[in-house]
Design a protein around this ligand. Sequence first.
Ligand SMILES: O=c1ccn([C@@H]2O[C@H](COP(=O)(O)O)[C@@H](O)[C@H]2O)c(=O)[nH]1
Length: 272
Amino acid sequence: MMPFAAAVTDRTRRLQTRLCVGLDPRASAYRDLAHLRTHTLDVLEATSPYAACVKPQLAFFEALGLPGFTLLEEVCAAARTLGLPVILDGKRGDIGSTAEAYARGWLTGTHAGDALTVNPFLGFGTLTPFVEAARANGGGLFVLVKTSNPDQADLQGQGVSERVAVEVARLNAEEEGQDQANTYASVGAVVGATHPQDLATFRALMPRALLLLPGLGAQGATAAELAPAFHAGGAGALASASRAVQYADGLDVAASREAARRLRDELNAVMP
Ligand SMILES: O=c1ccn([C@@H]2O[C@H](COP(=O)(O)O)[C@@H](O)[C@H]2O)c(=O)[nH]1
């Protein structure tokens, strides 16, 4: 199986899409669990022709309890059938021994994804179990570098994000020589699409990292501002939208499909 970063890059090139479709199934939007399940799987299938990958938000699945884990497994299996790499958005991170369990569960377990978002806030050493699991399994990581929310400035300003970015680049440099065939290494970075003024800096600081850019649509970011995150030819980043696709017009799946198509086209129109 192709490593995660290579699989996403290959899909981007073949289907000409840089869109990551987020799945954040909100229980309050549905009659019952069966309704939530059907709609989530229908949105996944309907938007897949326009998606480079899919990003289930673990919080919404965990909030459903055991049935949520069952649904997550179904989503991951359906995505694989559709050829879509899966990024689990869990923002995991903890002391090393607990990080090992997170890494095992979310990168190698029964409900594992192809990639996981991770939080470096407990220290760079706590990323090691995730990095090892990703490298050993052809998986990917997205380290939180500068998140999309306005409150990120409380703690992520004043050079902190840049420091994390330098660590991401260092981890990726360790892979040089091991896997020169792949343009992008296993460790990617989350940089909010809501910070267009910073995208060129982070692109330059992390040349071999795939950038995950959440915040497209509902959080106000537009495709037109995201070009600096991409390398020439339009590779190297994934712009992510959840509510703007899944609930583009209530629960109308055709509207979700159309929103994904439109976002794909808007991103393609600004590629360097
Ligand atoms: O910096 C970040 C990291 C992750 N997220 C997650 O992405 C989606 C965004 O949902 P929208 O509906 O497209 O706003 C959600 O799951 C967040 O937890 C983020 O927003 N920002």
